[in-house]
Design a protein around this ligand. Structure first.
Ligand SMILES: C[S@@+](CC[C@H](N)C(=O)[O-])C[C@H]1O[C@@H](n2cnc3c(N)ncnc32)[C@H](O)[C@@H]1O
Length: 628
């Protein structure tokens, strides 16, 4: 949990979590972003959480539902090829109010895949599998991911590089290589005064590289046959094999591919370190070891971008052109701007991915890209129209159906302070059959607009917060608004609802939780029962009030407000939360109000008859409660 704390995140920051799954740090980042936000408003910042592993992405998406955030996009790219979505400002596809023309971040978290040897304490089975080759094998990928992160960072922005490994090849060697390649545009930040209670040790300045049982002190010692595996950047002084002529071209390797010179350094005790060191202030890196404060071991380095990266970091043009269709007027003019040029995904990103479909009625093999929609946004550019087809991934479509939007607004009396325009998204091209509507914050909206303008470079597996869901049962069809408020979306929309919302006394609230459905006539507070009966048929919100009576005055909502979604039927109010949520809420409710004695809590007269009534009257096959 330490790396995000060194990112110095503010609520208006655009944050990229490059290797995010399963998401423990993403949640921290989002919590920080949301921390100081007033009830009823959303932070300006947002997080893009990316991971290569789609299954782990799905885990993150599932967990993120608990956060009820509309400020998150989950993507599925190789972090080293994360797209930059550069849009030429002159490009006429730009939406009039589009406020960003390139995906650059204020903060980047680069929690890279690593050997994980810092977790040996909690994962002892690692001892059996561990060998020095694992770290060596990851080093280059770690460098590429870190460089990509830095290229996507705004000048002045901060990136944290972290691993849960103790291996300098995965840690200091990566940081040194990144600094070496950055040509002075990146600084290793001294954070010794930040989090002073955290015990940390300085980064190493010298280390050896182990390969096949040998300890190598310099890239000059690496036999020719091992040069594709043991890279110069793994050594403190870096270098290149063009420079390393001592062994290799002039030295004959023995039968094992290992020269006599190299065998001489086999014993690390006998062979001292050379004077070689990186020349960087690697002591500013932080090593956290288990025996200092009873933790796992991990490594953290804080990097700051002080100027654009040098152009030599640009990926080979040929590779990019072959793999990605590009608007003709966007490329090559910017060959000197790294953060622009290396913004392209590679071919692997365009392959089929088994992501779960958001819309129940879509299948994984559909063509998700709405060519017509893109054509509307970017008229006259055939190339761009045919781009952005992330097969197997549901499309992201702005939901603009005025009739449905106005019905929802009117039904729930949603005030104008809650912006809908451009903030509603679906995952279905056929907007007449939309089942779920997602809400996105302004920052996410901006990124989505940019992504459309650049031909959907981002492979988005999840975006925004599910706010409304179509009630497909008979009850939904006959209600004047078929869209109910989802449990996740309720905290967001709650402060803005003025209709279909009632405050229940604790005893009636508890009855709803206990029995799931209560007849209007059976509420302890008869006035509440009457008011419930007078609601429009359909979804409604019941807020936990205080005292014995449901208050009639205007409801005031804050962070402590407890509310649940219900369905107002012909004779009953029915709870619309999952069984798990119901049980948890009831448990918390009982803990809070357990001193309250209530003789009328005997539910014998309520439970069975009410349950039957709900099933029979409404056939709520997709109501979340109790399998109804
Ligand atoms: C150390 S874990 C990340 C843990 C995560 N930051 C957290 O706090 O929950 C590394 C992650 O990198 C992902 N990964 C591996 N190679 C990747 C790549 N080339 N690009 C992006 N993610 C990658 C793995 O799937 C894994 O989820």
């Amino acid at each position: 949990m330490v790396p995000p704390l060194f990112l110095d995140i503010r609520s208006n920051h655009l944050v990229l979590d490059m290797c995010a799954a399963p998401g423990s740090k993403t949640f921290q980042l989002l919590e920080i972003i949301h921390k100081s936000t007033e009830t009823g408003s959303l932070p300006e910042g947002m997080v893009i959480a990316n991971d290569l592993d789609i299954q782990r992405c799905n885990l993150l998406i599932h967990q993120a539902k608990r956060l009820c955030t509309s400020n998150l996009i989950v993507t599925n790219h190789e972090a080293q090829n994360f797209p930059g979505c550069f849009l030429n400002r002159n490009y006429d596809a730009m939406e009039p109010d589009q406020s960003i023309d390139q995906l650059l971040f204020d903060r980047v978290l680069c929690d890279v895949p690593c050997s994980g040897d810092g977790t040996l304490r909690k994962a002892p089975e690692l001892w059996r599998k561990w060998n020095t080759g694992t770290g060596n094998g990851l080093h280059n990928l770690q460098v590429l991911i870190a460089i990509r992160g830095l290229s996507l960072l705004k000048v002045g922005g901060r990136m944290v590089y972290s691993t849960c490994s103790m291996n300098p090849i995965e840690n200091e060697a990566v940081v040194a290589e990144v600094l070496r390649r950055s040509g002075g545009s990146i600084e290793l930040v001294d954070v010794s005064s930040e989090l002073p209670q955290l015990i940390r040790r300085p980064g190493l300045k010298r280390w050896k590289v182990s390969d096949k049982g040998l300890w190598l002190v310099s890239c000059k010692d690496v036999p020719k046959s091992r040069r594709t595996v043991v890279l110069p950047s793994m050594f403190p002084a870096g270098g290149s094999y063009q420079d390393a002529v001592r062994i290799g071209d002039d030295t004959t390797d023995d039968a094992n591919g290992i020269s006599e010179d190299v065998q001489a350094v086999e014993n690390p005790v006998m062979h001292e370190f050379t004077d070689e060191d990186s020349g960087f202030r690697l002591e500013r890196c932080m090593r956290l070891v288990p025996h200092d404060q009873n933790t796992g071991a991990f490594f953290v380095a804080v990097l700051q971008k002080v100027s654009p990266l040098p152009a030599f970091q640009v990926k080979p043009r040929k590779e990019v052109d072959n793999q990605h269709v590009e608007p003709a007027n966007q490329r090559n003019e910017h060959a000197q701007e790294l953060q622009i040029n290396d913004n392209e995904p590679n071919a692997a990103d365009l392959e089929i991915s088994p992501v779960t479909c958001e819309e129940g009625d879509s299948n994984g093999a559909q063509e998700p890209c709405d060519v017509e929609n893109i054509a509307k946004i970017i008229p006259g550019n055939r190339k761009l129209q045919s781009r952005g087809r992330w097969r197997g991934i549901d499309p992201v479509v702005f939901f603009k159906d005025e009739v449905i939007i106005s019905t929802i607004k009117t039904f729930y009396g949603i005030d104008e302070k809650f912006p809908f325009d451009g903030h509603l998204v679906t995952r279905n091209n056929d907007t007449s059959h939309v089942k779920r509507i997602y809400y996105v914050s302004k920052s996410v909206k901006d990124v989505l607009e940019l992504n459309f303008s650049v031909g959907q470079q981002l492979k988005i597996t999840s975006v925004g917060l599910k706010i409304f869901e179509r009630q497909t049962s008979l009850a939904g069809i006959f209600a004047s608004c078929a869209f109910r408020i989802s449990s996740e979306g309720l905290p967001l929309v709650l402060p803005h609802i003025t209709k279909q919302i009632l405050r229940a006394s604790p005893i009636d609230f508890k009855h709803l939780l206990q029995y799931r459905a209560v007849k209007f006539a059976d509420f302890v507070d008869a006035e509440f029962g009457e008011r419930a009966a007078n609601l429009m048929p359909g979804c409604c919100v019941i807020v936990l009030g205080e005292g014995n009576k449901a208050a009639t005055k205007t409801l005031r909502v804050d962070k402590s407000t407890i509310a649940i979604g219900c369905w107002k039927g012909g004779a009953t109010l029915t709870l619309m939360v999952t069984e798990l949520d119901r049980q948890e809420l009831l448990e918390r409710f009982l803990t809070r109000f357990d001193t309250e004695k209530d003789s009328s809590m005997n539910g014998n007269n309520l439970s069975n008859s009410v349950g039957d009534d709900v099933q029979d009257s409404y056939g709520n096959d997709d109501v979340e409660a109790n399998g109804c």
